[in-house]
Design a protein around this ligand. Structure first.
Ligand SMILES: Cc1ncc(C[n+]2csc(CCO)c2C)c(N)n1
Length: 222
């Protein structure tokens, strides 16, 4: 039997739904999310992006083929060379200076999630690491799409989070997620049922840590 991403998601249906349709996401879509909760999330997301840069560097180290190495390099380049700069500029528009970002302590949810991903990659192989990264990439793409199609979502300038939603529903981001999905499905097609169960555990844990990240933002916890 050839496994796919859809099998991973179905094995963790309740966690996946709790992540994609989290209160933080719904309030963001409705435009009712407290701005300080969003600022707290943005600040921790800066620290999150830096650690995810390290995860792509680890993916490079764990790459068995030149194609995998190129893919990891492109991921590292995208996140550190491009997205981090955009994030810093976006934070500035929300009244958060780069100096403030650089002085931030990591919230426990940020520490737990990012170090879980790095540990999973360290002890496992490239597929383990990708499965730990998948809730981040494919999850945000599904969140973008989910927000765009629900009737309660408020669009345009009356929603302060319009820009954030546009980024994740946008073509560039959806395309990156689709490429990850393709890579993942190619790899999953080859694994045994026993290996698949190991990967389900990683996928479930990473998804639970994404839920905690939303909780951390919503409750402004450190
Ligand atoms: C908690 C959290 N989870 C996922 C993302 C989205 N994201 C961050 S890095 C990356 C991959 C490189 O483009 C993606 C999709 C986020 N911003 N914050």
């Amino acid at each position: 039997m050839a496994f796919t991403f859809e099998d991973l998601r179905q094995a963790c249906q309740s966690e996946w739904d709790a992540y994609i349709k989290h209160d933080f996401v719904q309030q963001l879509g409705n435009g009712t999310l407290a701005e300080d909760a969003f600022r707290h999330y943005l600040k921790q997301d800066y620290l999150f992006l830096i650690q995810f840069g390290r995860a792509y560097a680890l993916a490079a180290y764990k790459s068995p083929t030149l194609d995998d190495l190129r893919q990891a390099k492109a991921g590292l380049e995208a996140i550190i060379g491009l997205e981090l700069g955009l994030h810093i500029e976006y934070c500035r528009q929300w009244g958060i200076s780069e100096a403030e970002l650089q002085a931030l302590p990591e919230a426990r949810a940020t520490l737990a999630y990012t170090r879980y991903v790095l540990d999973t990659g360290n002890r496992g192989d490239l597929l383990d690491l990708h499965v730990a990264l998948v809730p981040c990439l494919i999850g945000y793409a599904q969140i973008g799409k989910w927000l765009a199609q629900r009737s309660e979502t408020v669009r345009g300038d009356s929603n302060p989070y319009e820009h954030w939603m546009r980024m994740y529903e946008g073509e560039a981001f959806q395309q990156a997620a689709a490429m990850e999905l393709e890579w993942l499905n190619r790899e999953l097609a080859e694994v045994s049922p026993r290996r698949f169960e190991q990967l389900v555990r990683i996928f479930r844990d990473a998804t639970r840590l994404e839920i905690d990240f939303w909780d951390m933002g919503l409750n402004q916890r450190m």
